[in-house]
Write a protein that binds this ligand. Structure first.
Ligand code: PAF
Length: 292
């Protein structure tokens, strides 16, 4: 069933579909009129980071689709699937106000039939960092993103650079599988103290929220140190102890990677990123910056 919501802004009209059939019917009607299509895949609980992707899509394509689907395949057994923030009504109202044309909010059954078995894995890029600490995560992401891309066949799909390794995994998959879509990476949106926006930030207590900005701070310190000639291992070790002294209780990784193939670097010999993941209270935060 296709639902059309007319809001108090009379010019605004967003449609919501929940089946692949309705989605394809709508897209096909757009294609017949020659419209280009942008896709913004999300798991909902939307914030300004997501809205920046939406804005980029609206500015560069004729019709924008946002997907709302909390993908169980990318959550590990001990992760936060059951408590992951959900607010479909609020998300749809916000997307409507931003000018999104269509929301695809499929049920679990629509995405994964009872006999669903196919998985897409992206070894190499997907095996390091997040791949080590969240086994199966990138297979879950690659599988659902491949499905969403094949279901919608957009001209462009938009992903945040905050999840940088995810972006690299998706680009690799799209190239390897010849999926005809341009993958567009969009800059991380931050709070004024530097904390990267994330749906999981709502888990932070007031004091954790204050301390959480240290992650961005130490990434910058690593970057400046390395550019000033410090050894990568030493800069990383110093940053790790700073994080542990500023409210974080565990650092999963702080890693410097080349921008080209995303391989870990011990010496700065090419353009690079520094990426980190660390735990504060019950919350795991990730972030990255480009070393420049
Ligand atoms: O980045 C996310 O929100 C998710 O990993 C994505 C790309 C929507 C796939 O579920």
């Amino acid at each position: 069933m296709c639902i059309v919501i007319a809001t108090s802004r009379m010019s605004s009209k967003i449609e919501i579909v929940s089946t692949v059939e309705e989605l394809r019917r709508k897209i096909s009607s757009w294609r017949k009129k020659g419209f280009s299509v942008g896709l913004v895949p999300t798991m909902g609980a939307l914030h300004d980071g997501h809205f920046s992707l939406v804005k980029k899509s609206i500015n560069t394509t004729d019709k924008t689709i946002t997907t709302l689907f909390v993908n169980p395949k990318q959550f590990g057994a001990n992760e936060d699937l059951t408590i992951y923030p959900r607010d479909e009504v609020g998300d749809v109202a916000a997307l409507d106000a931003k000018g999104v044309h269509l929301v695809f909010a499929p049920s679990l059954k629509e995405m994964y039939s009872a006999d669903f078995v196919t998985e897409i894995s992206v070894p190499g890029i997907g095996d390091t960092m997040e791949g080590v600490f969240r086994p199966g995560f990138f297979t879950g992401v690659a599988t659902v993103v491949a499905k969403l891309l094949i279901q919608t066949l957009p001209d462009r799909a938009f992903f945040g650079e905050k999840d940088l390794q995810q972006l690299y995994v998706i680009k690799r998959m799209v190239t390897d599988l010849n999926i005809p879509v341009e993958i567009v990476g969009c800059p991380t949106i931050r709070e004024s103290d530097g904390l990267a926006l994330s749906s999981r930030n709502i888990y932070l207590s007031a004091s954790e929220r204050t301390n959480a900005a240290s992650l961005y701070k130490v990434l910058n310190e690593i970057s400046h140190g390395i550019l000033n000639g410090d050894h990568i291992n030493e800069s990383v070790a110093e940053a790790k102890s700073k994080l542990l002294n500023s409210g974080f209780f565990k650092v999963d990784y702080l890693t410097v990677c080349g921008t080209k193939n995303f391989m870990e670097l011990n010496f700065l010999k090419e353009p690079a990123y520094v990426l980190g993941a660390a735990w504060i209270g019950e919350t795991r935060l990730i972030d990255n910056i480009k070393i420049c």
